[in-house]
Write a protein of this length. Structure first.
Length: 189
């Protein structure tokens, strides 16, 4: 859960569903919509460099408390669908705030969705694979291509190095960016 971020668009749809139910659900939806708008306003300032990450974290503390208070209240609001939705979101509460605590994590899934889009298009155009090993191969290759593309690394150079390593019975090169690679003497045996 530490690395997961719930997508903002999905949460906004949940908020809209609350607003459309009326009664107490509508009031909760209105309050959550205000909190979501504030979060995105501050996030855009962080992304644009007009708000520091530490100020963003500090500003988000009361927003987090209020959102979680609203969700807790929603679990006993008397509207079964709203109660269920609030309980479900609360089980993932830490994933609501990953973008606040981890630099480089966005509050939406747009980056992730863009990364997997080529794989989706490939599957539709090729009709997928017909075996489990074929599926694992495609998964691995799509992961390698998406990861290296995101890091602006050369895919062909990586695959060449991986094949050469396999021929020498050596470990494959790391997919981690150079700044995040774990030194060999820090890996537990």
């Amino acid at each position: 859960m530490r690395w997961r971020q719930l997508g903002g668009a999905h949460l906004l749809r949940d908020i809209e569903a609350l607003r459309e139910r009326g009664g107490g659900s509508q009031e909760m939806g209105e309050a959550r919509k205000h909190q979501a708008q504030q979060r995105f306003h501050w996030w855009h300032r962080v992304r644009d460099g007009t708000l520091s990450r530490s100020s963003f974290r500090n500003s988000m503390s009361p927003v987090r408390r209020e959102v979680e208070r609203l969700l807790e209240a929603g679990t006993t609001c008397g509207v079964p669908k709203t109660e269920g939705m609030c309980r479900a979101i609360l089980t993932l509460r830490h994933a609501l705030w990953t973008c606040v605590h981890l630099a480089g994590v966005e509050p939406t899934h747009k980056t992730a969705e863009r990364a997997i889009r080529p794989g989706v298009l490939w599957r539709k155009g090729s009709f997928g694979t017909h075996s489990a090993p074929g599926s694992r191969f495609v998964e691995s290759m799509r992961t390698i291509v998406a990861t290296l593309t995101q890091q602006q690394r050369n895919v062909l150079a990586y695959l060449t190095a991986a094949c050469e390593a396999a021929l020498r019975d050596a470990p494959a090169p790391s997919l981690l960016p150079a700044s995040q690679e774990i030194p060999a003497d820090h890996i537990a045996a």
